[in-house]
Design a protein around this ligand. Structure first.
Ligand code: ADP
Length: 644
């Protein structure tokens, strides 16, 4: 039975992305070959790894390789591998769609700034290399057969919204990608990609380290030979066609003379990124366990950095042979943005996932790699503030998660940057904060909230401002979670300005302030009881505050309460509703007059309106929503009517 070719349309996003890649990328068009070779090399790695477990997949005597074939007359170029191949479904999901998490965001960003350079950076982040073929081809045909399956699939598209799919035959497992090349046009960056010299140069430049042979049929002129095989001088030349391996296949981490450009190309191969890495790190460990690592910090975050369950890990090699594409066991999750490889001399080739997780060597390697990466980051932080800031913008939010672990906690804390009341534009480290602490200041203070502009004006800061104590502004959503794990840095406690009592100044000052409040508090007891009663749904206590200098009121938590921001971040119902503590400013006219009014007539019906207004004031000031805005406005309007 023959199945007719079916026509499918690309997903809308895929179509637009394709259009952009073809029409607005200023990147070197020749990188399409790098991308296709990279995919072929990945497919060969997968095949080799799968064949370790299912030996029947590999045919005797078959070498895993990539073949480039050209037909200058027909103007076609094909890249062929005998790797893992794709099933029909895989073709649809890998080639017909860009099903990657974050595609939406990519399209949004592209819409915002679709000039060529940034577009190419953005596209690189999303790893959609295959589509680069359409930068140089008017039609792309893929014939692929998944290892273990009998039928192959033929996919064809002109990159303009539609593709066709049909069942076909292919002798071996693997994939052939054939390009009908656009006419050569050297001004537009379209060289003659059927020319053996052009291809040789491109492969050398971008793919020399690929560990499988990249073969090309080349023609060589040779002097004619006599019967003994000796060249005939002045004889006719003959053309000899032969297979040539274009790449050295030498793993880059075993070479001593590697240029920055070669590192960058290797990085692009491992990461599927299109931009150069921000930093290359190469380490060699000798001793009881011997291994080499080549690691990279990308220059921008990959699209799925913050997707829960996004895959990460380093490529694991054993004596130069890749045995795992993404080994998570080699990196803590908070360093998931790091790309690269580990090549170990001491692991069995067919190590199982299970064993990897338990392997002591692996956990030692991971520990060592983590330490090396932290060393490097500390180095950048110390020597190149500008680069560190770039790093922080891209990966700081992932790195922060590291403080939830016990290992290296203090070092990771040292790498974090915070906004603070000290400087309106620049970020600070905890170390610089500590250096700036006032002589009588014992703790490190911070405030959490939605944004800098909200927390900056929070009443909670008033007393700290008056004392000129610096306060860190923790305004990223993860900061809330982070602070559940951070208690001290360099033996200084980290304290939220919105929780517990504030202890400002030296011991004498603190005692004096506490005594004064205590005495006053007693005078306020009855009016506070009334407020508590009126606001019982929201407030568990009312007390006087030494936090406030100009605002009448703020809401705080007890020492171990979670903050209102955290409460908002978690799904509703996950935490029981938490009541707050209302703190009032004994020096504010609203507070003193409220007391007078209460003393005149404790049954005054307006007192309950004032209670509500105070609660609303406190909530709004810290950026929290008020429980019933309509009611709040009514009370406010009534009050205005009476006083105007
Ligand atoms: P990326 O390789 O960055 O994931 P691509 O668009 O280049 O993105 O490729 C998409 C997917 O298609 C690959 O992840 C792989 O699963 C599949 N693929 C592409 N080329 C091949 C190939 N030669 N052999 C097998 N699978 C391939």
């Amino acid at each position: 039975m023959t199945v007719e070719a079916q026509t499918h349309t690309f997903q809308a996003d895929t179509k637009r992305l394709l259009h952009l890649m073809v029409h607005s990328l200023y990147t070197d068009k020749e990188i399409f070959l790098r991308e296709l070779i990279s995919n072929a090399s990945d497919a060969l790695d997968k095949m080799r790894i799968e064949a370790l477990r299912q030996p029947e997949l590999s045919k005797d005597g078959e070498t895993l390789e990539i073949r480039i074939d050209t037909d200058p007359q027909a103007r076609t170029l094909s890249i062929q591998d005998n790797g893992i191949g794709m099933s029909r479904d895989e073709v649809v999901s890998h080639i017909g769609t860009i099903a990657k998490s974050g595609t939406r965001e990519l399209m949004e960003k592209l819409k915002e700034n679709a000039d060529g350079d940034s577009a190419s950076e953005l596209i690189g982040q999303f790893g959609v290399g295959f589509y680069a073929a359409f930068m140089v081809a008017s039609k792309v045909t893929v014939i692929t057969r998944r290892a273990g399956e009998d039928t192959a699939t033929r996919w064809e598209s002109a990159g303009e919204g539609e593709y066709t799919l049909e069942d076909t035959q292919r002798d071996t497992y693997g994939t052939t990608v054939t390009l009908d090349l656009l006419p050569a046009d050297s001004e537009g960056g379209l060289e003659d990609f059927t020319d053996q010299w052009v291809l040789t140069r491109i492969v050398k430049r971008y793919s020399d380290f690929v560990t499988f042979p990249i073969m090309l049929k080349v023609e060589r002129e040779e002097a004619a030979k006599d019967e003994q095989g000796l060249p005939i001088l002045d004889g006719k030349k003959t053309i000899v066609v032969e297979d040539k391996t274009l790449n050295s296949m030498k793993p880059i981490w075993t070479r001593s003379d590697v240029t920055d450009e070669e590192y960058a190309e290797f990085y692009k191969h491992v990461s599927h990124d299109w931009s150069d890495p921000m930093k290359t790190m190469r380490f060699h460990a000798e001793g009881r366990i011997e291994y080499q690592t080549l690691l990279f910090i990308p220059s921008q975050p990959q699209s799925d950095l913050h997707y829960h369950g996004s895959e990460y890990g380093l490529q694991l090699y054993v004596r130069r042979v890749m045995i795992m594409e993404r080994c998570e066991e080699l990196l803590p999750r908070y360093l998931r943005f790091i790309k690269g490889i580990v090549d170990s001399a001491d692991l069995p080739l067919n190590i199982s996932r299970q064993r990897l997780q338990e392997d002591r060597y692996i956990s030692q390697i991971r520990k060592w790699i983590t330490k090396k990466i932290l060393d490097t980051l500390e180095g950048i932080q110390r020597d190149d503030a500008e680069q560190y800031l770039k790093f922080w913008d891209s990966f700081g939010s992932a790195l922060k998660e590291g403080v939830a672990e016990t290992e290296y906690k203090e070092r990771i804390l040292g790498l974090l940057l915070f906004a603070s009341s000290h400087d309106p534009t620049n970020l600070t480290t905890l170390e610089s904060y500590v250096q700036r602490m006032k002589p009588d200041q014992k703790d490190i203070f911070y405030i959490t909230g939605e944004s800098r502009s909200v927390v900056e004006n929070s009443p909670h800061l008033e007393a700290f401002k008056a004392k000129e104590y610096e306060v860190l502004y923790l305004v990223a959503p993860v900061d809330e979670f982070l602070m559940q794990y951070v208690f001290e840095f360099q033996e200084k406690r980290l304290k939220s300005v919105g929780k517990g009592a504030v202890d400002l100044g030296d011991e004498n000052e603190q005692k004096e302030a506490a005594d004064k409040l205590q005495t006053l508090q007693e005078q306020y007891k009855d009016v506070f009881d009334l407020l508590k009663e009126k606001l019982d749904d929201h407030i568990k206590d009312v007390r006087l505050s030494n936090r406030l200098t100009s605002s009448p009121v703020c809401l705080v938590g007890a020492e171990n309460d979670y903050s209102p921001q955290l409460e908002r971040l978690l799904p509703k119902g996950n935490l029981p509703k938490q009541k707050r503590i209302m703190e009032l400013n004994p020096d504010h006219a609203i507070v003193t007059k409220l007391k007078e009014r209460f003393e005149k007539d404790p049954t005054d019906s307006l007192l309950s309106d004032y209670a509500e207004l105070l609660l609303g004031y406190g909530l709004l000031a810290e950026g929290s929503p008020i429980p019933n805005p309509v009611r709040y406005n009514q009370v406010l309007a009534d009050l205005m009517t009476r006083t105007l």
